[in-house]
Design a protein around this ligand. Structure first.
Ligand SMILES: [Mn+2]
Length: 330
């Protein structure tokens, strides 16, 4: 409660705000940014949301999505503001080019990544929260403002996407309590689900079929991974954002303990890796070995190597983590 009060005090004392989130934003980044912006506007503040990457197509339906600006569209405009609010980003590097707008300004850091580096002047980091959306909901509750229909939908999308529709281990009783309250607003869960998950193109499924046909696994089948290269994307006329949730299919495999998605970077400068853990193996720690981070059950990193080299390094590190997790043999 204390930290929320401090954040609201800082907000009250200032007029202009910048809200930024991580590169390649998804439902939690965008939903929490828009809900935060609504709270600021209710408090009679000026606010701009500026990100490095655009809102993904499946999230465009949420109210206010079009108000999100892109850093590259600013040209050389000087953005006037006093306080930056950084959401869902464990480090400042995670916000990409927008970092250039910060130069010494006051920073409020609100995040739920266990790997958060507390880079702000005020840091509210709570890994027990399913999503930053859940935290913005709490911030609304601590303020004198009442959540409106638009903000309720933004928070709902944030929570729904970060919990994989209330399936992942970050889903708590509190997550459901909040979701239950949000459903008292003008939200149609079936329609939200369709917008977020059921708008994939035919070619996306062709690519998914190719990915599934080429799954790889270690001999004990506890580590399963798959790759998407630039060639696979261009051959199917797709962009990288189409395969964000392929990993959700792969983690359905029984007996898998860790799954990973290796995606060749656009500029071929390396491989972006996403991890999911189905057991108590901490994939945040695995990602940290490669300079990345995230959550215990979901994390990511970039390995600046060729696909083959990255794959080799990854397999040995994950195999070791799986071995260690069982404790010493006697
Ligand atoms: Mn999040």
């Amino acid at each position: 409660m204390m930290i929320r009060k401090q954040i609201l005090d800082v907000i009250k004392k200032h007029k202009r705000f910048l809200i930024a989130g991580h590169v390649n934003p998804e439902g939690d980044a965008i939903g929490s940014q828009l809900a935060m912006a609504n709270l600021l506007k209710m408090l009679d503040k000026k606010v701009r949301i500026i990100n490095t990457d655009g809102v993904p197509k499946n999230i465009m339906f949420i109210p206010g999505a079009k108000s999100v600006e892109l850093f590259r569209d600013l040209k050389n405009e000087k953005v006037e503001y006093e306080v930056a609010i950084i959401l869902d980003s464990p480090t400042l590097d995670r916000i990409g080019d927008v970092k250039q707008l910060l130069n010494g300004k006051y920073i409020i850091n609100i995040d739920h990544h266990v790997s958060n580096r507390e880079f702000g002047n005020l840091n509210w980091v709570d890994p027990r929260c399913s999503s930053v959306g859940e935290m913005i909901y709490d911030l609304f509750k601590s303020s004198d403002m009442v959540i409106d229909d638009d903000s309720a939908l933004c928070v709902y999308v944030a929570i729904m996407t970060d919990t994989g529709s209330f399936r992942y281990s970050n889903t708590t009783a509190r997550t459901h309590q909040i979701a239950a309250e949000l459903l008292l607003y003008d939200i149609d869960p079936k329609q939200v689900y369709e917008y977020v998950y059921e708008t994939k193109s035919f070619n996306t499924f062709k690519l998914l079929a190719e990915v599934l046909a080429n799954l790889k696994r270690t001999d004990d089948a506890k580590f399963i991974w798959f790759k998407v290269t630039n060639e696979m994307l261009s051959r199917n006329k797709l962009t990288a954002d189409c395969c964000e949730d392929f990993i959700a299919f792969v983690r359905m495999i029984d007996g898998a303990e860790v799954v990973a998605f290796l995606k060749e970077m656009d500029n071929k400068s390396g491989v972006k890796v996403s991890f999911r853990s189905k057991t108590d193996i901490d994939v945040n720690k695995i990602a940290e070995k490669f300079g990345g981070g995230g959550h215990k059950a979901a994390s990511g990193c970039v390995i600046e190597k060729s696909m083959d080299e990255a794959e080799q390094m990854l397999v040995s590190v994950v195999e070791e983590a799986i071995r260690k997790n069982k404790g010493p043999k006697n």
